[in-house]
Design a protein around this ligand. Structure first.
Ligand SMILES: C[S@@+](CC[C@H](N)C(=O)[O-])C[C@H]1O[C@@H](n2cnc3c(N)ncnc32)[C@H](O)[C@@H]1O
Length: 393
């Protein structure tokens, strides 16, 4: 068992946690004692200057709260870059819009691979909500690719000017605030947040007609896999509007989404009766969002069927849906390893170890998925050639 002292907060963390707690408590009091979990999660992650993503914190990698695929290995960005090169090969030229670039590793690795393949984007745009992460991204890019920094531009909001190219996001959809619900055969409750004795806790209320209808849609055919009374899960009502807003200026090109999640039928299985909410703090995952809000990441798995429902009416064609392992294999991760390692067998062995972390089913290989959408172009995407899971959506 990990030593308990790891969870003891430093003084500045305690002060920060107290300010976030105060903000959330005030919000609840001002709303007559109850707020939706969606609002709680929005404030805990994004409240200006206080939320997890808006305030300064280490967040990623060693010494941070969690580790993402681009943090594990440069191979990941090299593979995504390889896939982007095919799209630019068909498009001729274009730009990339990355949403939520974290520490900047993915951007750097994609750009380095595209440069080697002579397919550099006209611009690399980064839409990032966190001011301190922007700084971190800039420093990383300046250090690794100083000659390309002029191509990189940071945005506060989705671009308004139409552009051709690629929109991509790795582990961003899972941070969109979700509604929590509880199912009983004859009714649906929304699990919001109230405060008692200074502590946040779950507080049920009858679901609104809109949530009621949404939950019945998520459940699908009731005879197939009935939910027990008390079944709890999440739903992301803002995902359609959000995906539309970040892709609307893409005139021609592709949207690539990478995240952990499932098609709806698997997401809302009866056996997953406690939902998928997960919090990350100092490399530990746990399910209680009420401990230290503002100091930790709060996430929920992505319902990829909901993402499909959002992208299709926006003029996109679903070009591929597969696991991370098959995406990386399809792109040719073995060749990318050779390209990076050259004849250095030590480096090759290190990369092989990282590839296992990215691809093994018990690691990131199966729970993480890749989804590709095309708008106005037709291109064969090598990352989606080995396994096609579109029929599961
Ligand atoms: C879990 S991190 C992933 C970072 C990076 N993509 C990676 O894979 O290492 C989420 C990133 O998305 C950003 N982010 C979260 N919500 C966002 C939003 N609504 N719009 C833009 N960026 C967002 C965060 O600041 C952070 O950079």
């Amino acid at each position: 068992m990990a030593p308990q002292r790891e969870l003891v907060l430093k003084d500045d963390e305690s002060r920060h946690a107290a300010r976030v707690h105060e903000l959330l408590a005030r919000e609840i009091v001002n709303a007559a004692g109850w707020i939706s979990f969606e609002r709680f999660m929005e404030l805990a992650l994004y409240a200006p200057g206080l939320g997890y993503y808006s305030a300064g914190a280490r967040k990623f990698g060693v010494g941070g709260d969690f580790t993402t695929a681009p943090e594990i290995s440069g191979l990941y960005g090299a593979c995504v870059g390889r896939q982007c090169a095919d799209i630019f090969g068909t498009l001729g030229a274009g730009s990339i819009l990355e949403i939520g670039a974290g520490s900047g590793h993915l951007a750097t690795d994609i750009l380095a691979r595209l440069e080697a393949l002579r397919q550099l984007p006209v611009q690399y745009l980064i839409l990032e909500v966190s001011a301190d992460l922007r700084e971190r991204q800039r420093r990383h890019l300046e250090q690794r690719l100083p000659h390309l920094i002029d191509r990189v531009r940071w945005l506060d909001r989705p671009p308004e000017e139409p552009f051709d190219g690629i929109v991509l996001a790795n582990e961003v959809l899972d941070a969109l605030p979700v509604v929590r619900f509880r199912w009983y055969g004859d009714r649906v409750e929304e699990l919001g947040v109230a405060i008692a004795d200074g502590r946040f806790g779950w507080a049920p209320r009858p679901a609104s007609p809109a949530l009621n209808e949404a939950v019945r849609r998520l459940r699908g055919d009731p005879g197939r896999d009935p939910w027990d009374d008390g079944y709890v899960s999440e739903y992301c009502p803002r995902l359609p509007a959000w995906t539309h807003s970040v892709t609307q200026s893409l005139r021609t090109g592709a949207a690539l989404w990478f995240d952990y999640g499932l098609p709806r039928r698997q997401y809302y299985l009866a056996e997953r009766h406690e939902g998928t909410l997960l919090c990350h703090f100092r490399q530990r995952a746990h399910g209680d969002p009420f401990v230290h809000p503002g100091l930790k990441d709060i996430t929920a798995w992505v319902d990829f069927t909901l993402l499909a429902e959002a992208c299709r009416p926006a003029g996109f064609e679903l070009a591929g849906f597969t696991t991370q392992a098959y995406f990386l294999a399809g792109v040719g991760i073995d060749q990318e390893m050779r390209v990076i390692a050259g004849n250095d067998e030590m480096t090759f062995a290190r990369l092989a170890n990282q590839a296992r972390q990215l691809m093994l089913p018990g690691e990131m290989g199966e729970s993480f998925k890749a989804m590709a959408w095309l708008r106005g172009i037709d291109v064969t995407l090598r990352g989606f050639a080995l396994q096609d899971l579109r029929h599961t959506l």
